[in-house]
Write a protein that binds this ligand. Structure first.
Ligand code: FES
Length: 122
C-alpha cells in the first residue's frame, strides 16, 4: 500500500526492463552505482498488479547499498520470502522484480565494458 523508491532516475547508470506477456505487467528498474561498485540509489516504475508493486518496492529496499555482486544474489525466492510468501499464482510477479534488477546491473556492466573498450581503442 505504501511502496518505497517509486520513480525514475534521470541519469541512471543502468536500466533494466522486464515484462510478463501473460498478464501484460511491466517493470523498469533504475540504478545508480558509486565508485565502490555499490548501489547508491534504486528506483522503479511498475505498471502491474499489487504483488508486482510490492515486489518492486521490496527489491529496491533489499538492493540499496549492496555491491553489484551482492545485489545479483538477490533471488526470486528471497523476494517472495521477504514479503512473507506470495500465493502460487502470484509467484511470477516476484520473478519480475529480481529479473528487472539483474537486467539493470547487467546493462550497467555491459555499458561500462563497452566504455573501457572504447577508451583502449581510442
Ligand atoms: Fe503479472 Fe502480477 S499478475 S506481475
Amino acid at each position: 500500500m505504501d511502496p518505497r523508491n517509486v520513480g525514475e532516475i534521470e541519469d541512471a547508470d543502468g536500466i533494466g526492463e522486464v515484462g510478463n506477456p501473460v498478464c501484460g505487467d511491466m517493470m523498469t528498474f533504475y540504478i545508480k552505482v558509486d565508485d565502490d561498485d555499490r548501489l547508491s540509489d534504486v528506483k522503479f516504475k511498475t505498471f502491474g498488479c499489487g504483488a508486482a508493486i510490492a515486489v518492486s518496492s521490496m527489491v529496491s529496499e533489499m538492493a540499496m547499498g549492496k555491491t553489484l555482486d551482492e545485489a545479483l544474489e538477490i533471488s526470486r525466492n528471497d523476494v517472495a520470502d521477504m514479503l512473507g510468501g506470495l500465493p502460487k499464482n502470484k509467484l511470477h510477479c516476484s520473478n519480475l522484480g529480481a529479473d528487472a534488477l539483474h537486467n539493470a546491473i547487467e546493462e550497467y556492466r555491459s555499458k561500462r565494458q563497452a566504455g573501457e573498450k572504447g577508451d583502449q581503442d581510442g
